[in-house]
Design a protein. Structure first.
Length: 448
C-alpha cells in the first residue's frame, strides 16, 4: 500500500505525508487525539484544484479519500489503511457580504474565524458552543448552538456548497444548481465529495442575554427536574444546556470553579430575560447572565480548545421524567464515583429545532426534546479505561429513555447512520450517494 501511496508524492506542493515520513505522525493527528488515525497518506491541498488532484491520484491508485477538517468527530472513521486523509486546514478564508447577510467560509475555517468576521457588521452565524470546531463539518452534520431554538439548525441556513466530486470535478450545489446534491449535503455529512467552501445566512444579532447559573452538583436532584419542566415550555428565543461537571484544579479554570463538582445551566436568550426567572428562583450560588456581545458566545460553554483526548457517548431523548433523571444521577451524579469531566450534559431542543425548516435539506429538524452527552478525558491508558467504562455506564443508564434516533455531530463512535433520518430520507440519501460516488471513493465518519 505504501508503494501505491508513493504515487501521491509531489502533489500539494509536497504537502503529502506517508507512513515513516518525519511529518506523518503530526499530520495524521485529529483534534480528538484519543483516536489513533493511521491512513495510507495524509494530504494538505492548498485549494480546490489541489484537492481535485489528490482525489484523482487516490482513485487511480486504488485508494479511498476521507476529507477531514479538524477531526473533532474522528472516532467513527475506523481503519484507514487504504485511505488518503485529505486535510482541509490550509483553506481558511472567510468573507462576509453584509448587504446580503451571508458568509462564505472555506473548508478549513473554524467558527472563531467566522464569529470575529461577522461581529463588526452587527451580524452573527448559527455557530456552536466551541470556537475551534470546523465550520464545514459542523454545518454538514446539523449544527446546534445558542440561537438554535430561535433559528434552527445551521445546516438549513446553508445557501450554497462548493465541492470536488469523485471524478475530480469542482461543482457548486445550491437551490438552482445540483439541487438534489444540495439537499443531500445539508445534513448528509461528508459522503458526497470533498467540500471546499460553504455559503450561509447570517442573522442581525449584536447582543444576547447569556451566561451561567451555577450550583454545587449536590443540588442536582432539586434543580434538574425544575429545569426539565421549564425547558419543555420555554419560548423559542431561549436556548440552554445543563451540565454536571467535575472540573480539575487547573489554573486556566476560573478560581470559583476550580477543582469543584458543579451543576451548570448556561445559555442565551434573544428575547425577554425574564424567561429565566423560574431558574433564578432555584437560588444558584452564582448567576453570570448579562447582556453580552454576540461574539462572546462562542466561548460561553468553555469547551476545551486545542487537541484533546475525549471518550464520549450521546443519546436523543423524547422526555426527561423522574425515572430518567434518577437513572442519570445514579450513573453520573453525586456519589456515583464517575470519572467523567462532563458527567452528564443535556441540550435543550424543541422550538425551531423541532419544526421542519422552511428551506431544508436532509435534516429538516431534530426529533427529540433533549440531546444527552457525557465525556471523559482519556489522557493516558488508566484514564482512558475509566472514561470508557463510565461513558458505557452512562449510556446504559439512558438507554431505556432514548428514542432510537442519533444526532450524528455528537455521535463520536460508530452508530447506525440510518437512525439519524426518516426512512424515506435515508433511501433518497443512499440513491444520491450511489449516483455521485458509485465506487464508494469517499469515506465519511458516518457512512451513507
Amino acid at each position: 500500500m505504501t508503494t501505491i501511496a508513493n504515487s501521491l508524492r509531489g502533489l500539494c506542493g509536497g504537502a503529502v505525508h506517508l507512513p515513516g515520513d518525519p511529518g506523518y505522525d503530526t499530520a495524521r493527528m485529529p483534534w480528538n487525539v484519543a483516536f489513533d488515525q493511521r491512513p495510507a497518506a495524509v494530504a494538505y491541498p492548498a485549494d480546490p484544484a489541489e484537492a481535485a488532484e489528490v482525489i484523482r491520484a487516490a482513485a487511480a491508485s486504488g485508494l479511498r479519500v476521507a476529507p477531514q477538517g479538524t477531526g473533532h468527530n474522528a472516532g467513527p472513521l475506523g481503519r484507514l489503511d487504504d485511505v488518503v486523509l485529505l486535510r482541509t486546514s490550509a483553506m481558511t478564508a472567510v468573507s462576509i457580504d453584509p448587504a446580503r447577510r451571508t458568509a462564505r467560509a472555506e473548508a478549513g475555517a473554524l467558527w472563531i474565524d467566522v464569529v470575529e468576521a461577522t461581529a463588526p457588521h452587527g451580524l452573527a452565524a448559527l455557530h456552536g458552543s466551541s470556537p475551534d470546531v470546523g465550520v464545514v463539518g459542523y454545518s454538514l452534520g446539523g449544527g446546534i448552538g445558542w440561537y438554535a431554538r430561535q433559528h434552527g439548525l445551521q445546516t438549513n441556513s446553508l445557501t450554497a456548497i462548493e465541492l470536488v466530486t469523485a471524478g475530480g470535478e469542482l461543482v457548486r450545489a445550491d437551490a438552482e444548481h445540483n439541487a438534489e446534491l444540495f439537499w443531500a449535503l445539508r445534513g448528509g455529512g461528508g459522503n458526497f465529495g470533498v467540500v471546499t467552501a460553504v455559503e450561509f445566512d447570517l442573522f442581525p444579532i449584536t447582543t444576547a442575554h447569556a451566561g451561567w447559573l451555577v450550583w454545587d452538583w449536590r443540588e442536582a436532584a432539586r434543580v434538574i427536574p425544575a429545569w426539565a419542566e421549564w425547558a419543555a415550555d420555554a419560548p423559542d428565543h431561549v436556548t440552554t444546556a445543563l451540565r454536571l461537571l467535575q472540573l480539575p484544579p487547573m489554573p486556566q479554570i476560573p478560581e470559583a470553579f476550580r477543582g469543584r463538582q458543579l451543576l451548570v445551566i448556561d445559555g442565551a436568550t434573544l428575547g425577554d430575560p425574564g424567561v429565566l426567572a423560574p431558574l433564578r428562583a432555584l437560588k444558584p450560588e452564582m448567576d453570570t447572565f448579562a447582556d453580552l456581545p454576540a461574539a462572546a458566545l462562542s466561548r460561553l460553554h468553555m469547551d476545551p480548545e486545542g487537541p484533546t483526548p475525549g471518550i464520549s457517548t450521546s443519546a436523543m431523548l423524547d422526555r426527561l421524567d423522574g425515572a430518567a433523571i434518577d437513572a442519570m444521577l445514579e450513573a453520573s451524579g453525586p456519589g456515583s464515583g464517575t470519572s467523567l469531566l462532563v458527567a452528564a450534559e443535556l441540550r435543550q431542543l424543541g422550538g425551531a429545532l423541532g419544526r421542519p425548516a422552511p428551506r431544508h435539506g436532509a435534516l429538516p429538524r431534530l426529533d427529540a426534546s433533549f440531546v444527552f452527552f457525557a465525556c471523559g478525558i482519556a489522557a493516558g491508558p488508566e484514564l482512558a479505561a475509566a472514561a470508557e467504562a463510565d461513558t458505557a455506564r452512562a449510556a446504559a443508564a439512558m438507554a431505556p429513555f432514548a428514542n432510537g434516533r442519533q444526532y450524528l455531530n455528537f455521535a463520536e463512535n460508530p452508530v447506525d447512520t440510518s437512525t439519524a433520518y426518516e426512512a424515506a430520507t435515508w433511501q433518497r440519501l443512499r440513491q444520491i450517494r450511489a449516483a455521485v460516488d458509485p465506487g464508494g471513493l469517499f469515506v465519511a465518519n458516518h457512512v451513507i
